[in-house]
Design a protein around this ligand. Structure first.
Ligand code: SF4
Length: 272
């Protein structure tokens, strides 16, 4: 009689008891090998995929131009605030030519709640002009073309390439930068150098989603001031475990976002 063994129960996350104490992770002690770091980076990516299955760009958009404009507006403010102003903005200026010929004062009024509205409005009008004169009114796909646009840096260019054109890109924003530092995946301070180092660790096809997951993690669990270490799904792989409260109750109170219940169930081993 053939016998099919019962599948092993899946326990995707290490139990809290197995989490390392602060300072005891090989990465914290400086004894991690390059291969160990790559394996750990990919394991972190897999755990974050379980934790944030809906990770995505949190800016609302329906075409590349809208995403480009929303990303320019997102500097120094929250995505929520940008999403509050963009419906009226997108309705008033549906094409690059509309921005090129816009009254800058009218643009300023529409985007005022996002802060730095004078500089941002000037950028949007100049961006429209450049798109019309150099790119036939279309948003270009190439990185070097995108960064030639007013108000568009590497981070914005990768957001647009990854989310509007499906081209893998690493979005090194403040959350990403803080997280790769805490995780000791990169010790660089310069965003371009960070991007290069992380590109060596994570598979290219995962770059865009890894960026979203890390940014979600930074917004919901690994906060800048007080990270929720005691309720962190990647604590086992984090050399900075203990940077925030490790007491589960105290840490859980710091977990935010719509995914909160799912995250806590995952950490408690109630979800596979
Ligand atoms: S919350 Fe704590 S354990 Fe988790 S990644 Fe951040 S510093 Fe590391």
């Amino acid at each position: 009689m053939s016998h099919t063994p019962a599948p092993e129960p899946r326990t995707p996350l290490p139990t809290p008891q197995r989490r390392r104490r602060p300072g005891t992770h090989p990465a914290a002690k400086g004894t991690e090998t390059p291969l160990g770091r790559k394996r750990r980076a990919r394991r972190i990516n897999r755990t974050l995929a379980l934790t944030f299955p809906d990770a995505r760009a949190e800016l609302d958009f329906s075409n590349p131009l809208e995403l480009l404009v929303a990303t320019v507006l997102s500097a120094q403010t929250t995505d929520v605030r940008v999403n509050q102003v963009t419906p009226a903005l997108f309705a008033a200026y549906p094409t690059a030519a509309d921005y090129a010929t816009a009254d800058v004062v009218e643009v300023e009024e529409l985007i005022r709640p996002t802060g730095f509205y004078r500089a941002k409005a000037a950028n949007l009008v100049n961006l429209g002009k450049k798109l019309v004169t150099d790119f036939g009114g279309e948003v270009p796909e190439a990185l070097e073309d995108l960064v030639s646009l007013p108000g568009v840096g590497r981070k914005t260019a990768h957001v647009v390439r990854g989310n509007a054109f499906g081209k893998p890109g690493l979005t090194v924003d403040t959350h990403f930068q803080r997280l790769v530092g805490r995780l000791k995946l990169s010790e660089q301070q310069n965003p371009v150098k960070i991007e290069r180092e992380i590109a060596e660790l994570i598979e290219a096809k995962e770059w865009t989603m890894f960026s979203h997951r890390l940014i979600f993690h930074g917004r919901r669990i690994c906060h800048a001031r007080t990270p929720a270490c005691g309720a962190c799904p990647i604590a086992f792989d984090c050399p900075s475990f203990g940077a925030g409260p490790t007491d589960p109750g105290e840490a859980e109170a710091r977990v935010t976002g719509l995914e909160r219940e799912h995250i806590l169930a995952l950490v408690h081993g109630e979800e596979a």
